[in-house]
Design a protein around this ligand. Structure first.
Ligand SMILES: Nc1ncnc2c1ncn2[C@@H]1O[C@H](COP(=O)(O)OP(=O)(O)O)[C@@H](O)[C@H]1O
Ligand SMILES: Cc1ncc(COP(=O)(O)OP(=O)(O)O)c(N)n1
Length: 260
């Protein structure tokens, strides 16, 4: 059967945990063909990011043109974009499509992946074009320009146009994500927390799973629900392994570790 197609526009992670690697592996695990546009190359492993090399704007644009000219892209996910020019380019090309924007601005290790010019471009161009955005609490505070409680932050961001899933990862007890639709009261979605330090790439995996389910035709509520289940299942798999000297990758293998 011909699969649905999803596109990721993001940076690479040489350690294979986050960015394009996480997105394509997640698409494949969910039965979706993945296309990719690379915005930056990072030298990165489980211990952190050593180096970031942005891809020239003209190359990002020609990758995007190649994919959109040829493939029936049913949903798009954006991750690390790197420069304000790339953010603007995507808003121009992707408005009107099912669009999941994961505003990757700061790596967990603290490395800045989007400066204040990138943040301004998100606010002015990409958030209004997005179907749904998936910031964590820190990214939400940067986008809003102030820190506040997660429900208020999710509602304030939704007032700028897109639906919002403000993610709240954590390794003890439960995790709560807040889903906010424009003009509506935000809703808490709470699930069990997986006690693991192998969680590098979790945010990318969640947003890619959301895009994959939208590409397959799910409505937003169902896509958020299934993306959450998928992410927790993959964190459960990664609990059982040790990879690298730092924060290990979230699993993109099957639950048994056997080939699919
Ligand atoms: N240890 C965990 N156990 C269960 N769910 C988690 C855990 N860590 C993150 N999640 C879930 O993964 C998704 C991405 O969350 P988060 O970690 O906040 O993203 P980011 O990597 O961008 O900070 C959310 O649905 C969140 O609830
Ligand atoms: C190339 C690249 N893109 C995104 C990230 C951030 O990954 P994410 O899953 O959002 O979060 P952490 O794993 O950093 O908690 C990255 N590191 N590299």
């Amino acid at each position: 059967m011909t699969p649905a197609v999803a596109l990721t526009v993001a940076g690479t992670d040489s350690g294979g945990a986050a960015g394009i690697a996480a997105d394509l592996a997640t698409f494949a695990a969910l039965g979706v063909h993945g296309a990719c546009v690379v915005t930056a190359v990072t030298a990165q492993d489980t211990t952190g990011i050593r180096d970031v090399h942005p891809v020239p704007l003209a190359s990002v644009e020609s990758q995007l043109d190649a994919v959109l000219d040829d493939l029936p892209v049913a949903a798009v996910k954006t991750g690390m974009l790197g420069t304000p020019e790339v953010v603007e380019l995507l808003a121009r090309h992707l408005a009107g499509r099912p669009l999941v924007v994961d505003p990757v601005l700061v790596a967990t290790s603290g490395v800045v992946l989007g400066d204040e010019h990138v943040v301004a471009a998100y606010r002015a161009h990409l958030l209004p074009a997005a179907t749904v955005i998936t910031p964590n609490a820190h990214e939400a505070a940067v986008l809003l320009g102030r820190a506040t409680d997660p429900a208020t932050a999710a509602a304030a961001l939704a007032d700028t146009g897109p639906a919002v899933v403000l993610t709240g990862g954590g390794t003890r007890g439960t995790c709560t994500d807040w889903l906010a639709l424009p003009g509506q009261r935000p809703v808490a979605r709470t699930h069990r927390a997986v006690p693991t330090t192998n969680d590098h790439g979790t945010g990318c995996t969640f947003s890619a799973a959301l895009a994959a389910h939208l590409a397959r035709g799910a409505d937003l509520d169902a896509a958020v629900h299934h993306a959450g289940l998928f992410t927790v299942r993959q964190l459960d798999v990664s609990r059982r392994w040790t990879l690298g000297r730092g924060r290990g990758p979230v699993a993109h293998t099957t639950p048994t570790g056997e080939p699919a």
